[in-house]
Design a binder for this molecule. Structure first.
Ligand code: GTP
Ligand code: MG
Length: 180
């Protein structure tokens, strides 16, 4: 059995077999998490209600079969985030790049996760969303506001995107799929 698992692991890492990955979609309320999930499974832009209950969907990125949990980002929902951390391969942390008043709050939540010991080997994809919005700040500005300037860990990727205009998140997700 050990040997079979070893062969499986080797074939998966060479890209011959599908990887299975549990992902979490986290970030403040209104950042665009559910919009992203809906986009990934339907390829459409949905008019969605704020997420009140956790839900999950499966989708494929290259050879990674991902099960993503959308937990909701309002204060009460954030208390649930920690319950979902076991077995997580990647966290997609969505930030509204057009809402500077909430950058400090987003930074605090992001860093609360980045410093969890259990998550040391987890891949973080930080998406600065809503680049189509007139108030959106630049990637340099957002990276700095989130304290990601001098990040030396290879497990954190930062990409700007517009889920509405189907830009940027594809590159981010492919980077994530390669890393997990
Ligand atoms: N302009 C613009 N608006 C976006 C984009 N992505 C999402 N939105 C809008 O942002 C708002 C919030 O999106 P949701 O996906 O519901 O946000 P959420 O992160 O799931 O929020 P919670 O469920 O409350 O945690 C909606 O009005 C979306 O239409 C984008 O790329 N550009
Ligand atoms: Mg939502």
């Amino acid at each position: 059995m050990e040997f079979i698992n070893w062969i499986r692991g080797a074939l998966t890492s060479l890209g011959f077999l599908d990887k299975q990955a549990k992902l979490l979609l986290l970030g403040l309320d209104n950042s665009g998490k559910s919009t992203l999930l809906y986009r990934l499974i339907t390829d459409r832009l949905g008019a969605l209600e704020p997420t009140r209950h956790p839900n999950s969907e499966q989708f494929r990125i290259d050879n990674a079969v991902c099960t993503a949990f959308d937990l909701g980002g309002h204060q009460q929902a954030r208390r649930l985030w920690r319950d979902y951390l076991p077995e997580v391969a990647g966290i997609i942390f969505v930030v509204d790049a057009a809402d500077p008043e909430r950058f400090a709050e987003a930074k605090a939540e992001l860093w609360a996760l980045l410093t969890v010991e259990e998550l040391t080997n987890v891949i973080f994809l930080v998406l600065g969303n809503k680049t189509d919005h007139p108030n959106a700040v630049s990637d340099v500005e957002l990276r700095s506001q989130l304290g990601l300037d001098n990040l030396l860990h290879g497990n954190v990727g930062f990409f700007m995107c517009s889920i509405a205009e189907k830009q940027g998140y594809g590159e981010g997700l492919r980077w994530l799929a390669q890393c997990i």
